[in-house]
Structure formats: structure tokens, C-alpha cells
Design a protein around this ligand. Structure first.
Ligand SMILES: Cc1cc2nc3c(=O)[nH]c(=O)nc-3n(C[C@H](O)[C@H](O)[C@H](O)COP(=O)(O)O)c2cc1C
Length: 337
């Protein structure tokens, strides 16, 4: 095995072949996406924060059936009630990840159900709390991340701090990672693996509106903004998005608070029979009608590295092969030096 020992610790924990984790990218994280990632040797997962107990149980059961004996995870954002958590655990969820908080009772509950637990943190204090509460691994999320962002610190600064606190627990790096080179950089800095969110939005299995996928493909890091603009449904939580028409109009107006924002109350798009108002935090799915590009378009700074739309399994295999080859050649150099 040519993987560094801190990487094999993660692989052993979850039975992965490559140290690549698909982030819980909200409703874009379809079961098909998680299955494709897992079948290619990465760790795929679901975002079940807003699922009912019945829906959570059904999705976990479907993944267990599609992936016999393989690891996958479901994420729960602790700012919300997480009504599906118990049902997911009781249905045999192998790994659970929590974000936006550390809850020792829920970690213990997950352990009693036989699940491993990861906690996403945005600073070293959060990592310490997570480890003390019994987390099996930690996800260090840098400020470069797409979606809601717990951190205000760049990943390159945060990662060594979290690795130092985590001791022998694997640390997964997240935020702005969208290439094999970026995965190798975080592994060199002590991460056991990398979690990619925005990159997986641009895969065939992700439930992302096609125009949103095209915009991510065309975007550069400076086309993203770290902001509190899209705050309906989850106020006071910073997020990183594409600078679209809604964002730039709000910025040009001096970034006023609600209810004084341009276009406040407009219906921006409709999907699944629901009307989404401007500044809500729901991104557009494939069937969104209206102005999906005026909606909240989460994006991390890794957008500049996205160069194609492909199947998630192909992406994991491609990045995995590059990462394995680079680590093997580094190990060979160490032996022959
Ligand atoms: C569309 C989208 C939805 C997200 N939803 C969640 C979520 O439900 N729970 C969570 O913990 N993190 C969520 N995140 C953040 C990811 O966990 C992860 O930190 C982030 O995607 C990593 O940065 P990257 O997008 O630059 O790869 C989301 C990110 C994106 C892009």
C-alpha cells in the first residue's frame, strides 16, 4: 500500500479505495449520486436534514440494498430539528456526519446504533469539542467552501490546526477542492482525504438545474461571494454562492437588510409545486421553472478547476487514479532516495 498512514486510517475506517468524499450537497445529493461515488471507491452520502423519518428510512434502506456491505453516510445540520435522524440510524446507516454544532448525546446515540460519526467544523475549538464528544473523524471546512460555511479561515490555515487537535482521528479537508492536485495538496498537509461539494454539483447524477451546472463550469473563483444575501429560511448563516443577478442587484443597492432588498418577495422559481421567493436559500433543481439563475447558486472557490460534466463514478475513478499514482511515485522516491 502506497498511501500515507494518515490516509489509510480513513480508508480503513470506512472501507474506501480512494480518499474522496462527496459532500452532502443538499437536495442535489441524490441516491444515484451517492451510489455512483461509493461504487467507484469513494464515500458517497445523502443530506437528510430536512427529511421526514419515513423518507430518511426509505433512502437509507435503498442505499443499503444498492451497496451491500459498503459504507455510505447521511448528513444532518444540527441547526435544524433533524427529524429523520433516529429513523436513519435505526435503518442501519453506517456513517453519520453532523455539521453546525457538536451534540455529544446524538454522537452517543449514533454509536449505540453502530454508526461511525464525523463532525464538520470551521475552527480548531470546534474540532476539539467534536473529538471530546467522541467523533470518529472530523471534517475541516475552510472559508472557500460552497454552500453554508461554518468557517472564516482559509483551509490552508485551518487544516494544520485541526490535524493537530485531532490526534489519531482522521481529518477530511473541505472547501474549494475540485481537482486531483488540490486533493494531493490537502493530503500533503495532513488530511486523510478530501470532501468535494461544488465539483459533484457538476456531475450527471446531481439534481442541479442544467443552467446552474453550465454556470459552475464557466465560473472562476472570483465569481463566488461569501455572503449573508440568501438568508430566508436560515438567517445569520454565511454562505458562498455565485455572484448572480439577485446578488449583484442587492450589492449595488448597498446590501440592505430585509425587508428593504431589491425584488423582495418576488417568486424566482417554482419546483415540485412550491414557489421559491427571492433570497430564499433553496438552489434550483433540474425541473425548476422561472428564473432559476436568479436563485441561490451555491459555489465554492474550486469552480475554476471544473472542466467537464461527467458521471460521478468517472470523476471519482479519474481523480482517484491521479491521487494513487502521485502518492505511489512519492512513496517510491522516498524508498529509493
Ligand atoms: C449545494 C450545496 C449544498 C450543501 N449542503 C450541505 C448540507 O446539507 N450539509 C452540510 O453539512 N454541508 C452542506 N454543504 C457544504 C459541504 O458540506 C462542504 O463543506 C462544501 O461543499 C465543500 O466545499 P466545496 O463546495 O468548495 O467543495 C453544501 C454545499 C453545497 C455546494
Amino acid at each position: 500500500m502506497t498511501m500515507p498512514s494518515h490516509v489509510t486510517a480513513l480508508l480503513a475506517l470506512s472501507g474506501l479505495r480512494v480518499p474522496i468524499v462527496q459532500a452532502p450537497i443538499g437536495s442535489a445529493a441524490t441516491p444515484e449520486l451517492a451510489i455512483a461515488v461509493c461504487r467507484a471507491g469513494g464515500l458517497g452520502g445523502l443530506a437528510l436534514t430536512w427529511s421526514s423519518p419515513e423518507e430518511a428510512a426509505a433512502k437509507v434502506a435503498a442505499l443499503r440494498q444498492a451497496l451491500p456491505g459498503a459504507a455510505f453516510y447521511a448528513n444532518f445540520v444540527l441547526h435544524f430539528p433533524c427529524e429523520g435522524l433516529d429513523a436513519a440510524l435505526d435503518s442501519g446507516l453506517p456513517i453519520v456526519t453532523f455539521s453546525w454544532g457538536v451534540d455529544a448525546a446524538r454522537i452517543a446515540r449514533a454509536h449505540r446504533a453502530g454508526a461511525k460519526v464525523g463532525v464538520q467544523v470551521g475552527n480548531a475549538a470546534g474540532a476539539r469539542q467534536a473529538i471530546e464528544a467522541g467523533a470518529d473523524f472530523v471534517i475541516a471546512q475552510g472559508v472557500e467552501a460552497g454552500g453554508h460555511v461554518q468557517s472564516t479561515t482559509p483551509l490552508a490555515t485551518l487544516l494544520p490546526q485541526v490535524v493537530a487537535v485531532a490526534g489519531d482521528r482522521p481529518v477530511i479537508a473541505a472547501g474549494g477542492i475540485a481537482s486531483a492536485a488540490a486533493i494531493l495538496r490537502v493530503i500533503a498537509a495532513g488530511a486523510a482525504g478530501a470532501m468535494l461539494g461544488t465539483r459533484f454539483l457538476v456531475t450527471r447524477e446531481a439534481a442541479t438545474h442544467p443552467d446552474y451546472k453550465a454556470a459552475l463550469l464557466a465560473a472562476k473563483p472570483e465569481d463566488t461571494a461569501f455572503t449573508n444575501c440568501f438568508d430566508i429560511d436560515w438567517p445569520h448563516a454565511m454562505h458562498r454562492v455565485l455572484r448572480n443577478s439577485t446578488f449583484t442587484a442587492w450589492e449595488a443597492a448597498g446590501s440592505p437588510p430585509p425587508p428593504h432588498r431589491p425584488g423582495e418577495g418576488d417568486i424566482v422559481f417554482r419546483q415540485h409545486g412550491a414557489e421559491m421567493v427571492r433570497y430564499c436559500d433553496t438552489p434550483p433543481g433540474p425541473e425548476a421553472k422561472g428564473d432559476p439563475m436568479g436563485a441561490c447558486l451555491y459555489a465554492g472557490t474550486g469552480v475554476g478547476d471544473i472542466d467537464r460534466i461527467e458521471g460521478a463514478g468517472d470523476l471519482v475513478s479519474r481523480f482517484g487514479a491521479e491521487v494513487r499514482a502521485a502518492l505511489a511515485s512519492a512513496a517510491h522516491e522516498r524508498v529509493t532516495r
